[in-house]
Design a binder for this molecule. Structure first.
Ligand code: CA
Length: 358
C-alpha cells in the first residue's frame, strides 16, 4: 500500500513537473525590439518592408520577438537612425547606407554606385559574390550588422524646372541628390543637398530646390514633383538602390539562435517583397504617364553632360578611395563582379528585349 502510494505520488510529481515544463515553455521570454525608419509612416513601398518584416517575425516566432516600428514622424530624426542604433536607443533601423557617407565614406557603395550594377547583379554580388561579408566588415567598426532591405531597381535621373541642354545650365542649380551622385553633381557646379523625404515637395515648390531626384515613377508621381518641375530625366546615378536594415550587434548577439535566424529570414524576404512592390508600382505609373500627365517631358541628359558625369565619377572614386583600403576592397569586389555578370545580363535581358521590341 505504501509502495503504491509512493508510486502514485511519484507519478503525480512527474505529471506536475511535465506540466510546469509546458508552462515555462509557454512563458518563454518575449523580446521586444524597437526599429526606427528614415521614412514617414505612409511612404510606400519603403515603409512596407519593415512592417512586413515585423509581422513575419512575430508570426514565425510565435510572438517571442516583437518589433515596434517608429517612423520618422515619431522619432523626428530621419538621418539620426544610424547613431540611434549604434548607441542602442533603437535595436534596428530601416534606411539607406549611402546617407552615411559623411560619417564613413566606406558605407556609401553598399547602396548603389553610378554606372554600377543592376539590381539582379547586385543581389548576386551580395549573396554569391562576397558582398554580405564586406558589408559586415564595413559596419563592424560601428558595432552594427547590416542587411539588404529592399531595392528600387533603376532610378530616374530627377525632376528639373527647366530643360538642361548644356553643362552651363546645371551650374548653380540647387539639387537634392544623395550618395555618390551628389558628389558628382557638386563637382559639375550644382549646389547639392540631401533633404528628408517628407520635406522634398515643399522645398521644390517654395524654391529651396531647383531640381531633385527621388526614386522612379511609382513613388515620384504621388509626390507631385511634376507639378513644379516637369522635365523628368532618365537615370545614370542609382541603377540598383538597396535600402538597408541596420541592427545593433550586441542586441543581435543576445537573441537566441532561432530568433536570429527568424529575423534574418524575415529581413531577406521583406527586401525581396519591396523590390517586387516597387517594380509593380512603377510599371503601373509608367503605363499611365503619357495619358494622365501630358505635361511631363521625358528627357535624357545630352552627351556633353554624360561625358562630364562619367569623368567626374572616375575622378571622385580615385580621390575618395585613396588611403581607404576597405573602400578600395569593396569597389574592386563590386567592379569584378559587375565585369563578370554584365555579359550575361546583356545576353539574357538586353538581347531578349532588343530582339523582341515591337
Ligand atoms: Ca534616389
Amino acid at each position: 500500500m505504501n509502495n503504491l502510494r509512493r508510486s502514485t505520488k511519484l507519478l503525480l510529481a512527474t505529471v506536475l513537473l511535465a506540466g510546469l515544463g509546458t508552462a515555462s515553455f509557454a512563458k518563454e521570454r518575449v523580446y521586444t525590439w524597437k526599429l526606427a525608419t528614415t521614412w514617414g509612416p505612409t511612404l510606400s513601398p519603403f515603409i512596407d518592408a519593415p512592417k512586413n518584416m515585423a509581422k513575419m517575425v512575430k508570426e514565425m516566432s510565435n510572438g517571442r520577438l516583437v518589433i515596434r516600428i517608429d517612423a520618422s514622424n515619431k522619432h523626428k530624426s530621419p538621418f539620426g537612425v544610424f547613431d540611434m542604433v549604434k548607441g542602442g536607443q533603437y535595436d534596428m533601423a530601416h534606411t539607406a547606407s549611402y546617407y552615411w557617407k559623411g560619417k564613413d565614406i566606406t558605407l556609401l557603395p553598399l547602396t548603389t554606385m553610378p554606372f554600377g550594377m543592376t539590381a539582379p547583379e547586385q543581389y548576386g554580388w551580395f549573396y554569391e559574390g562576397g558582398g554580405m561579408e564586406l558589408m559586415q566588415k564595413a559596419y563592424s567598426k560601428h558595432r552594427m550588422l547590416s542587411y539588404p532591405g529592399g531595392n528600387t531597381g533603376n532610378q530616374m535621373g530627377g525632376w528639373f524646372r527647366k530643360e538642361i541642354k548644356t553643362l552651363d545650365d546645371l551650374k548653380g542649380l540647387k539639387m537634392r541628390i544623395p550618395g555618390f551622385a551628389g558628389e558628382v553633381m557638386a563637382k559639375l557646379g550644382l549646389a547639392v543637398t540631401n533633404i528628408a523625404p517628407g520635406e522634398l515637395y515643399t522645398s521644390l515648390e517654395r524654391g529651396g530646390l531647383d531640381a531633385l531626384e527621388w526614386v522612379g515613377p511609382g513613388m515620384d508621381i504621388k509626390m507631385g514633383f511634376h507639378k513644379v518641375a516637369p522635365y523628368y530625366y532618365t537615370g545614370w546615378h542609382e541603377p540598383s538602390t538597396e535600402l538597408q536594415y541596420l541592427v545593433n550587434k550586441k542586441k543581435f548577439n543576445k537573441l537566441p539562435k532561432d530568433l536570429q535566424v527568424i529575423l534574418e529570414t524575415a529581413m531577406r524576404l521583406s527586401a525581396y517583397d519591396m523590390y517586387i512592390e516597387n517594380y509593380a508600382m512603377s510599371a503601373e505609373a509608367w503605363s499611365k504617364i503619357a495619358k494622365e500627365y501630358p505635361n511631363i517631358k521625358i528627357k535624357t541628359f545630352p552627351k556633353e553632360i554624360m561625358d562630364a558625369i562619367k569623368k567626374a565619377t572616375k575622378e571622385i572614386i580615385a580621390e575618395k578611395s585613396e588611403g581607404n583600403a576597405l573602400l578600395q576592397e569593396i569597389l574592386a569586389s563590386q567592379n569584378a563582379f559587375q565585369a563578370k555578370a554584365r555579359p550575361w545580363t546583356i545576353m539574357s535581358d538586353f538581347i531578349y528585349l532588343k530582339d523582341n521590341m515591337e
